[in-house]
Design a protein around this ligand. Structure first.
Ligand code: ATP
Ligand code: MG
Length: 454
C-alpha cells in the first residue's frame, strides 16, 4: 500500500489495544487503501462500548452513542464504533434497533458489499470473511449475503452500488445476481428518504464517472427518482443539430461538464422539457420551442422533490432557462440584460453549460457561438457600464427630492432610467439623469399609454 493509515488513526487503535480491546480499521477506508486511493474518512470498529471508548481519550464527541459511535478528536476526527449486528429492518430504511456484538465477523457481515466488508489490523493484515479481497481484485460490487434480502432491508444500498461504480471507476461493475436483484427491487428505493437518495445521486454526479447514470436507468432506479429524465430515454429529436436521443444527449452533456454541482445538474436536466414541447415541421425537422422554460419548470419540481437547497435550485433553474441564449440575436442592451438576468457570479457556469451542450450535440466542435457570446459579455463587463438600478448615479432619495412621492412609483422610474442608460451609458450622471427624469415626467403627463409604461 502506498497510501498509509493516518498516524493519528494508528494512535487511536494503539490506545484501544493497550487498554485490552480489539481495534480494526473497517469499511470504505480499508477498501480505499487497498485500491491505493486516499480514504475520505477513517472508521474503527472495536469491542469496547461507547463509555469505555470515551474514557480512553481526552477529546471525544458523542456522534451517535445509541448506534455505538464515538468520534475521537485529534489531528483528524476518527469514528470509533462498537461491533454491531443490525436488528430487524422493519421499513426498508434503517435498522429498528442496533445490537452491540463482541464479534468482528458479525460486524463485517452486516455490511452492504463484499469490498466494504473488509477489516484491517494495525499491523496491516486484512480480515476477510466474505471474499471481499477477491472481488476487489476483480473489480466486482457484490452484496454480502442474498442481494434481494439485503436490498429489502435497506433499499439505499441499490443506489450505493451504482455510486461505488461511479466513484471507483469504469472497470468496476455490479455482479450479475446483485444487478438482477436491483432490477427486481428498484421500486423499493421510494421507501428511502429523499435526502439520502439526493446525497448518493450528488456523489454520482460529482464523480469521475457520472455516466453511471445510464446504468441507473437500465437497472430501473432512475425511473423512480428522476422520471423526468428517464422519459427522455430513446426520445428521438429528428433534428439536424442532434445525433443522439434526448437522454443520451443529456448524459454526454453531463460527462462534458466541469465538476461543479450546479453545472452538472443543469447539464443533466437542461432538456427534460423537450419531450413535452416537440413539434415536427413539414420537412420532418423536429423543433422544441420553449423547451428551456418547460425544462426549467420540470427541473425545479425534480430538485424540490430531491430536497436540494433553494440556492442550488435557483442557480440551476437560471442556467436551464438561459441555456439557449447563445442562439438569440442580442443587441448591446440585450447583452447587458442577459448579464443582469443571470448575475455575474453565474456567467461562467452558463458558458460551461453551453459548451457541454455543444459537445453533446451533432456538431461537438463548433464552439463559435458560445465563445462569441462570452467575448461580448466580457467586453461589457470590462467597460464598467452601468448594468443595474444600483449602478445608477441617483437613487430613490434623489427622486423624492425632485418631487416624487414615496412608493412603488420610485422603482418604476428608476427602471425606466436604467433602460435609457443601458443604451446610453454617458447619461449616468446626476445631471444627465435629472434630464431623463424631466423627460419621463413630461411624457407621463401627455398620454395614458406612456404613463402606464412608466
Ligand atoms: P465513503 O467513505 O467513500 O463515503 P464508505 O463505503 O465508507 O464510502 P460510508 O457511508 O462512509 O461509505 O459507510 C461506511 C461503511 O459502512 C461502508 O463501507 C459499509 O461497510 C457500511 N455501510 C454504509 N452504509 C451501509 C448500508 N446502507 N448498509 C450496509 N452497510 C453500510
Ligand atoms: Mg466512509
Amino acid at each position: 500500500m502506498d497510501v498509509a493509515i493516518h498516524p493519528f488513526v494508528l494512535k487511536v487503535m494503539d490506545a484501544l489495544e493497550k487498554a485490552g480491546y480489539r481495534a480494526y480499521l473497517v469499511g470504505g477506508s480499508v477498501r480505499d487503501l487497498l485500491l491505493n486511493r486516499q480514504p475520505k474518512d477513517w472508521d474503527i470498529a472495536t469491542d469496547a462500548h461507547p463509555p469505555q471508548v470515551r474514557a480512553l481519550f481526552e477529546r471525544t464527541a458523542p456522534t451517535g452513542e445509541k448506534y455505538g459511535t464515538v468520534t475521537v478528536l485529534g489531528d483528524i476526527p476518527v469514528e470509533v464504533t462498537t461491533f454491531r449486528k443490525d436488528g430487524r429492518y422493519l421499513d426498508g430504511r434503517r435498522p429498528e434497533t442496533v445490537e452491540f456484538s463482541s464479534s468482528l465477523e458479525e460486524d463485517l457481515t452486516r455490511r452492504d458489499f463484499t469490498l466494504n466488508a473488509l477489516a484491517c489490523g494495525r499491523d496491516g493484515h486484512v480480515v476477510d470473511y466474505v471474499g471481499g479481497l477477491q472481488d476487489l481484485r476483480h473489480r466486482i460490487i457484490r452484496s454480502v449475503g442474498d442481494p434481494g434480502d439485503r436490498f429489502r432491508e435497506d433499499a439505499l444500498r441499490m443506489l450505493r452500488a451504482h455510486r461505488l461504480v461511479a466513484e471507483l471507476g469504469g472497470d468496476f461493475h455490479i455482479e450479475p445476481r446483485t444487478l438482477d436483484a436491483i432490477a427486481k427491487n428498484a421500486h423499493l428505493i421510494l421507501n428511502v428518504s429523499w435526502e439520502r437518495i439526493r446525497d448518493e445521486l450528488v456523489r454520482i454526479l460529482m464523480s469521475d464517472n457520472p455516466g453511471e447514470i445510464r446504468h441507473l436507468y437500465h437497472s430501473g432506479i432512475l425511473g423512480h427518482i428522476l422520471p423526468e429524465l428517464a422519459e427522455c430515454y430513446g426520445f428521438q429529436q429528428s433534428s439536424k443539430h442532434h445525433d443522439k436521443d434526448v437522454f443520451e444527449h443529456s448524459v454526454v452533456a453531463l460527462e462534458s461538464a466541469p465538476r461543479r454541482l450546479q453545472v452538472r445538474l443543469a447539464a443533466l436536466l437542461h432538456d427534460v422539457g423537450k419531450v413535452k414541447t416537440m413539434t415536427i415541421d413539414e420537412s420532418g425537422e423536429g423543433h422544441f420551442y420553449g423547451h428551456n422554460v418547460k425544462s426549467e419548470e420540470m427541473a425545479r419540481q425534480a430538485m424540490r422533490r430531491l430536497k436540494f437547497d433553494v440556492q442550488t435550485i435557483s442557480s440551476v433553474c437560471t442556467l436551464i432557462r438561459e441555456h439557449m441564449v447563445r442562439h438569440s440575436r442580442l443587441g448591446p442592451k440585450g447583452i447587458k440584460r442577459l448579464i443582469t438576468r443571470v448575475g455575474v457570479p453565474l456567467l461562467d457556469d452558463l458558458f460551461d453549460l453551453q459548451i457541454a451542450d455543444v459537445k453533446a450535440s451533432g456538431h461537438p466542435n463548433d464552439l463559435s457561438q458560445v465563445l462569441r457570446l462570452k467575448a461580448r459579455v466580457d467586453r461589457v463587463l470590462a467597460s464598467g457600464d452601468p448594468l443595474t438600478v444600483k449602478d445608477l448615479a441617483v437613487d430613490g432619495r434623489d427622486l423624492i427630492e425632485w418631487g416624487m412621492e414615496e412608493g412603488r412609483g420610485i422603482g418604476t422610474v428608476l427602471r425606466a432610467m436604467l433602460d435609457r442608460v443601458l443604451d446610453e451609458p454617458a447619461l449616468n450622471t446626476k445631471e444627465g439623469l435629472r434630464a431623463v427624469y424631466e423627460d419621463l415626467s413630461r411624457r407621463a403627463g401627455s398620454g395614458r399609454a406612456t404613463s402606464r409604461r412608466l
